[in-house]
Structure formats: C-alpha cells, structure tokens
Design a protein around this ligand. Structure first.
Ligand code: COS
Length: 385
C-alpha cells in the first residue's frame, strides 16, 4: 500500500503549509487552553489526517509506512499535542482492526476512524500491567453471546475524546495467550472515565483512566473473532507505533536544532554571536549528526516494514523498530537538552520553546515501550539468533 508519488508530494506540501501557517502559530494557544482548538481539528479532518494510514478502500489516504514516517517527521516540528488528536486513529487505535480484524469489523469501523468522526483509543496499560503487558488483569467473561468486562485501564491517550477503544482483556489463563483484543464502544454502559491526568508536558494531549464495570460487549467484537491472540495483535501494533514515534522524535530534533541555530546566530556574548564559539558549534554539530543517524534508521526500518507481509509479525523488523525507537527517542532527549543549554538562562524560561519541548520529548522514552523494554526486545532477538 502506498500513495502515488505525485499525490504524496501534494499531500506533504499541504501538511507542511498547515504546520507553518496554522499549527506553529497556535502553539501558545494550545498551551493556554490545554486543548487543540476545534477549528484546527476540523481542518485536520478535512485534510484527511485521521486516515493517512488507512487504505483507500476504507476511506483513508493509504500511505505506506515510509510515507507515513515522512509526514510524521513533518508533524514532529510542532507541539506533539496536535498530532495526538489523530495519532491513535492513525496508529495504535486502528491498526489492530486493520491487521487482524474481520472484513465486517473493518467496514464497520475503519471509514469512521479515517474520517475522524470516530476517535479510537488503545487500552492496554493497567495499574499493574505496564512494561509487563502480558500481565493484563482486566477480565472478560463469556456469558451467552456477550463478554462481561471488568477492570481498569491507565494513562489511556485520547480516552476523553474516544468513541471506541481497542481494548485488551483476559479471556483465558495467565500469560500472553490468555489475552484477547476487543472493540469496545465508549458509550457502552459501565464505562467511566477517571479525571484527566496532569502531566509533565504535552499540554493539550488527553489521557485518563478507563474503568470498566460489568461492561457487556458482543462476542463478535473480539478483533478477528478469535480469542487468545490479542497480545500478538497489541505487539504488532506497537512495533508499527514505535516507528511512528521515532519519526516524530526526529521531526522535533530538527525543530530544536533549527531554533537553537537561530538563537545562536542572534544572541551575542563576548562581543559576537554565540554561534561563533566552537563549544556552541560542537553542540549543534553533535545534534545534527545524531538526527541524521536517527532519520536514516527511520527510513531504513520503514522500508523493511513495507517490504514484509502486511499485518504479519517479522521478529527482525520488530527488533529494528525497537533499535530505532530507542535511538531516536534518546537522541531527541539529548538534542533537547543541548537546545536548552545553547539558550542559556533563556532555555529555562517558558517564553522560549526549548523549555516546553524539553519536557514534551521526555514522554517519548516511556510510552509505547520504555527504552529498557526496547533493549530487552533487541537483546532477546540477538540471543535467539
Ligand atoms: N509481534 C508479534 N508477536 C509477538 C511480538 C511481536 N512484536 N512480540 C512478542 N510476540 C508474541 C511472541 O512470539 C509470543 O508468542 P508465542 O507464545 O506464540 O511464542 C507471545 O507474543 C508472547 O511473547 P513474549 O514471551 O516475548 O512476551 P513477554 O511477556 O516476554 O513480553 C515484551 C514481551 C516485554 C516485549 C512486551 O510485554 C512489551 O512490549 N512490553 C511493553 C509494552 C508497551 O510497549 N507498553 C506501552 C503501552 S501502550 S502506549
């Protein structure tokens, strides 16, 4: 799946224009409102951003992973909260249905996800199941032709906006093979949302707990209709998500370098621009070289992702996605730290964006698998070889 080159160039140009003309100027409003203004969300829908990863036959734009990474790189140039509005529709919320869903499930959900009429969230994490994702405690018990679900999901991105969840619950014994993925409409009786999480950064993104008490969902809502394979669906979705996050990290690294270069040109000390000093130059050069390395990994891994059988697991590609996620998210942390350093005292002041983005990028090393989980995945595959 891929968009033809010409249409892709047009799409990318319009996304870049949207970022420059609409999103960057709204970064402070986003921070003040702690929400994405409704007219921006409407524009995102019109541009098709909610459906970039969904095939055209289901109403999306049908980008390949390589193309998606380029667009997400662009979107990384502004506050992450803008991308987050449609991020779960593009990635972790929708992809389980696309990879493993039945044709009926795809027809029923993907067109509304692609248009942005339905926001879909990914509900895996729980109070006691984070890095150890296979220890999910939320239970789904079969009663006739329905499952009754009980449990609590934690830190669920877009839960306050969601019309449905891709939700992992235990239908069988302990361990990964006892987990099933469900499509759960958010208005099903028994679902309540916790209060919005107050976070270190990324204001405007919405996360909270999702509490399920005797939530009755038709058995037909198990993704693919097959119980016990939900963990594998979740892992495949996360492999893909990790690549997406890597591209986002690289976009922000580029933004931070650009801002730091502008500051280094304009700020004068000891009678000349600080960019004339080699210790400042070294920080810029290290950042640029690391960004180049990161984006090269993203492009290589995305190409390999596109070359494998769609929707199927490939341990080598999973391992490389983990390498890419680990490197790119750690890399943007170092770049953000240097950007603050180059800005000096101004780097600690909220008026300058380095302070905000420094906090925003911190999450990238945690969600969709911490750096330490990526290390485990990489080492496990090496030792298996
Ligand atoms: N794609 C497809 N299948 C996969 C897979 C992948 N990427 N990774 C693992 N699996 C399969 C395994 O092949 C295994 O199947 P079999 O039993 O048929 O062999 C099954 O899933 C269990 O795998 P494994 O034994 O490796 O599971 P572990 O419990 O050891 O957990 C980690 C593996 C730690 C890698 C996993 O729990 C993980 O990714 N944790 C982080 C979760 C995360 O990212 N959370 C963020 C929340 S979402 S924002």
């Amino acid at each position: 799946m891929a968009l033809d080159d010409e249409s892709f160039s047009l799409l990318r140009a319009s996304v870049q224009r949207f970022i420059e003309e609409r999103l960057k100027p709204a970064e402070d409003t986003l921070e003040e409102l702690d929400d994405v203004p409704a007219e921006i969300v409407a524009d995102m829908k019109e541009m098709g951003l909610f459906g970039i990863s969904i095939p055209e036959e289901y109403g999306g734009i049908g980008l390949s992973m390589s193309q998606e990474c380029e667009v997400v790189y662009d979107l990384g140039h502004t506050a992450f909260a803008f991308r987050s509005v449609f991020g779960t529709n593009v990635g972790i919320g929708s992809q389980g249905i696309l990879m493993d869903g039945t044709e009926e499930q795809k027809q029923a959900y993907l067109p509304r996800i692609a248009s942005g009429d339905l926001i879909i969230s990914f509900a895996l994490t729980e109070p006691e199941a984070g890095s150890d994702a296979a220890s999910v405690q939320t239970r789904a018990v079969l009663e006739g032709d329905h499952y009754v679900i009980n449990g609590t999901k934690r830190f669920i991105t877009n839960a306050p906006r969601a019309g449905a969840f891709t939700l992992m619950a235990r239908t069988g014994d302990a361990g990964a093979s006892g987990i099933s993925s469900f499509i759960v409409p958010a208005d099903t009786p028994g679902i309540t949302l916790g209060k919005p999480d107050r976070k270190m950064g990324q204001r405007g993104t919405k996360t909270c707990d999702v509490v399920l008490e005797n939530v009755r969902v038709p058995a037909a809502n198990i993704i693919g209709g097959v119980p016990g394979v939900g963990f594998k669906t979740a892992m495949k979705v996360l492999d893909r998500g990790r690549l997406h996050i890597s591209a986002l990290a690289c976009g922000m690294a580029h933004r931070l370098i650009t801002d730091a270069v502008a500051y280094a040109r304009e700020r004068k000390q000891f009678g000349k621009p600080i960019g004339d000093f080699q210790l400042i130059q070294a920080m810029l050069a290290d950042s640029q070289a690391e960004l180049y390395a990161g984006m090269s990994m993203v492009r290589d891994c995305a190409q390999r992702y596109d070359a494998k059988a769609p929707g199927k697991a490939d341990p080598e590609v999973s391992m490389l996605a983990s390498c890419t996620k680990m490197f790119c998210t750690e890399m943007v942390g170092r770049v953000a730290d240097r950007a603050v350093q180059i800005h000096g005292g101004a780097g600690y002041i909220a008026e300058y964006k380095a302070e905000r983005f420094y906090r925003d990028v911190r999450l990238l090393r945690l969600y969709e698998g911490t750096t330490q989980i990526q290390q485990l995945i990489i080492a496990k595959q090496l030792l298996r070889d």
